[in-house]
Design a protein around this ligand. Structure first.
Ligand code: NDP
Length: 280
């Protein structure tokens, strides 16, 4: 029987998730449909309820609804509980079970696809929204030594640091003080700035020669941050396309009990994205 899935976000029209899950379904012989549903923050709870009423079994949640999705769940995984953000919903008996696959998706991409070792790195996280919340505990598990979180709205960085609760390893600092923070061996851009016309004004003093720069966004949205990193002689710059595919595979595993192969889907999307960027 065909099963119904969706991704909720705003904006969502250009989401790659419907393609990824359709490919995974074909690969694993599972009949499914997976659609993108645009919902404003005000409409989000009603939109999820309507999706469930129409037979929805599971959903991915993206910007800006990850914290709102947490509030809709009757139960959440320990990981989601710790960070207060959900990117995967699974219908179970009489309510939504929520979990978060962003962190594992990022770490699988960086350590297995990119073959990078995160252990012992001094790390800077720009942003403290839903995506940042999803990846911080996984980065700690992957062995980063120290993590400084800086967010445009300082209070959200403080809240995230409090939620993580490891004050000797995870601290917040002010955006205005970026130039005084020294250099880092891993910088993660978890802001949504790349989707806007504003360009973040980041000092090159943040970059060390062996720095790994990671933008969680991909496509054109990742260009400003990754160009800044390359201009500062950064050793390795990675966008969020691999993370997107890996977090999707982890959601698929939770819904269907099988983890699909990701290399082919990743290669297809990488080729499409490169073609789109060079056509501009
Ligand atoms: P949220 O809306 O939850 O958070 C947005 C974050 O970006 C906040 O920290 C916000 O700061 C910050 N921000 C927005 N505009 C600016 C700006 N002009 N300058 C500095 N900071 C800014 O979004 P998410 O956390 O869900 O998503 C963040 C990014 O991560 C997006 O680009 C998204 O596409 C990407 N992502 C990629 C995934 C993947 O699989 N590759 C998975 C999840 C997300 P403030 O608090 O001050 O508003």
């Amino acid at each position: 029987m065909r099963q119904h899935f969706a991704v909720f976000g705003q904006p969502i029209a250009h989401s790659l998730s419907p393609f990824i899950h359709a490919e995974f379904g074909k690969q694993c012989g599972i009949e499914l449909d997976y659609v993108a549903i645009e919902a404003s923050p005000e409409d989000f709870p009603t939109a999820v309820a309507a999706f469930r009423a129409a037979g929805g079994r599971g959903a991915n949640i993206t910007l800006p609804h990850k914290q709102a999705a947490y509030a809709l769940c009757k139960e959440v995984s320990e990981y989601s509980f710790n960070v207060g953000a959900v990117n995967t919903l699974m219908w179970q008996d009489d309510g939504w079970m929520g979990c978060n696959t962003d962190g594992v998706g990022l770490i699988v991409d960086l350590t297995e696809r990119e073959r990078l070792d995160l252990r012992g790195r001094r790390c800077l996280m720009l942003g403290a929204g839903g995506a940042a919340r999803g990846v911080v505990p996984a980065m700690l598990e992957a062995g980063v030594a120290e993590l400084i979180i800086v967010n445009r709205t300082a209070a959200r960085a403080d809240e995230l640091v409090d939620a993580v609760g490891v004050p000797d390893r995870v601290k917040s600092r002010y955006w205005e003080d970026l130039a005084a923070l020294g250099d880092f061996e891993l910088i993660i851009n978890a802001t949504a700035a790349g989707h806007q016309t504003t360009v973040m004004d980041l000092p090159f003093s943040l970059l060390s020669p062996r720095c790994l720069a990671v933008d969680l966004s991909y496509g054109k949205a990742a260009i400003p941050f990754l160009s800044w990193a390359k201009a500062g002689q950064c050793d390795h710059a990675v966008d969020g396309l691999g993370m997107l595919v890996e977090q999707a595979a982890e959601s698929f595993l939770r819904w269907h009990g099988v983890r699909p192969q990701t290399d082919e889907v990743y290669a297809t999307l990488r080729a499409r994205q490169d073609a789109l960027i060079s056509a501009d």
